[in-house]
Design a protein around this ligand. Structure first.
Ligand code: CS2
Ligand code: MG
Length: 408
């Protein structure tokens, strides 16, 4: 059996999804996702110029050897661009493997460990009453776990993932405003004075059963993060995400010394080497990697197994920064992983997105049910894809009030 070629598509409804389709002489094809938010053309070029020509003629069933070939063979290892490209190939090869076996990928991983996987939705408000409405809306739709992001009184800009005006909490798409980023102004002091109390009010309003999550998005210094994690304890968070940038991983000890709030980190990590120390030192409770830019199913499975040895559960990144193909690959990992925790889930299910990526995976009552179709259980409609092209966009850039550049 051999690979005869592969195609790369960039574009999609509201996002520049990078989709890889690997073709074989036997007519079976596999799909992978290499979307790297706001840098989408880079993994596409890495695939087209360097990976696809090398894949032709290889036996797609040897997914492990192909992974090692792409990772070690490049000499320059890791990084989000290369790992997104490798991840897409790996997903496509698992898709092919499943189709050949006539089995869903989760059966190849070891079968079901649960009936369905709990997901969390996003709620956001321009202010606390607006956020309360957004949370209530998520609960009405059946979600049991909700990430809450709130506008901060006096903050010059709305803040991470916070709408500028009331009633906009549910919209979350790229603005494609070009590559010159919008500037947001941030003030950690205002945030720290307001947010822990807001989290406690959310707990008081919605009761003990709701799983409440909050994303700091790397904005606090380690000492501030420790203070914040402790101040948030009365809210009984499911997790506090990215309280401080994880480049200085020893700094995370400070959070542990001062608080028992569960910590989730890892959405920007590309490999096991970014998180092995964090996991082994048990500095985190949830690992947030994604199959997209952490090297696909083959590599993320290794991270999941290491995490399982250290009581660290999964909480894979699932923002619309990934296409429904990654979400499908993660659906299989989630159903299998013995140390599954939760899955981030953004409602991508617009009619346009469903038409581009038809699948039978479904979320109902806050639980993701995996399709039993062979392979990843997701398709890609090339006629639909022809409607879209790459459009440049950018994450905002964050500055302090005096102009100092800060972390987005
Ligand atoms: C976020 C992401 O989902 C999350 O937890 O941190 O939305 C992140 O901002 C984007 O993926 C960046 O591309
Ligand atoms: Mg995050």
């Amino acid at each position: 059996m051999r690979i005869t070629g592969a195609q790369v598509f960039v574009g999609g409804p509201g996002r520049n999804y990078v989709t890889l389709k690997v073709l074989t002489a036997q007519g079976v094809h596999g799909l992978g996702d290499a979307t790297l938010n706001n840098r989408e053309t880079l993994p596409a070029i890495y695939l087209r110029d360097y990976i696809v020509p090398a894949l032709i003629g290889m036996d797609p069933r040897n997914s492990e050897d192909i992974w090692q070939f792409l990772y070690r063979g490049a000499y320059f290892r890791r990084g989000p661009v290369a790992m997104a490209a490798i991840g897409a190939v790996d997903m496509a090869l698992w898709d092919i493997k499943g189709k050949l076996a006539g089995l869903p990928v989760y059966q190849l991983l070891g079968g079901r460990s649960r009936e369905a996987a709990m997901v969390y939705a996003h709620a956001a408000g321009a202010d606390l009453p607006d956020l309360m409405d957004s949370i209530a809306h998520c609960i009405e739709q059946g979600y049991r776990a909700v990430r809450v992001q709130c506008g901060i009184p006096g903050m010059p800009s709305a803040g991470y993932a916070v709408p500028e005006a009331r009633g906009r909490g549910k919209h979350y798409i790229s603005d494609f405003a070009g590559i010159r980023p919008r500037v947001e102004i941030w003030d950690s002091g205002r945030y720290m004075r307001f947010m822990p109390g807001a989290l406690a009010e959310i707990r008081a309003r919605f009761g003990p059963e709701l799983h409440i999550l909050h994303d700091v998005h790397h904005r606090l210094l380690p000492r501030e993060a420790a203070e914040f994690a402790r101040a948030a304890e009365p809210a009984g968070l499911f997790w506090l995400e990215d309280p401080t940038p994880a480049e200085d991983q020893d700094a995370l000890d400070l959070i542990r010394q001062h608080s028992t709030t569960p910590i989730a980190i890892g959405e920007v990590f590309n490999s096991i080497w970014d998180c092995n120390r964090l996991i082994e030192a048990e500095r985190i409770d949830f690992i947030r990697v994604a199959v997209t830019y952490a090297g696909g199913i083959t590599h993320v499975r290794r991270i999941v197994d290491l995490a399982g040895l250290h009581h660290v559960r999964t909480g894979f990144h699932g923002a619309p920064s990934h296409s429904p193909i990654s979400m499908a690959a993660q659906a299989h990992l989630n159903i299998w992983a013995p140390n599954f925790g939760i899955q981030e889930y953004l409602v991508l299910a617009t009619p346009d997105c469903d038409a581009l990526f038809p699948s039978a995976h479904r979320v109902e009552n806050g639980l993701m049910h995996v399709s039993d179709a062979p392979g990843l259980g997701i398709d890609f409609d090339e006629k639909q894809a022809a409607r879209y092209e790459y459009r440049p966009g950018s994450h905002p850039v964050v500055r302090l009030e005096d102009g100092t550049l800060w972390n987005y």
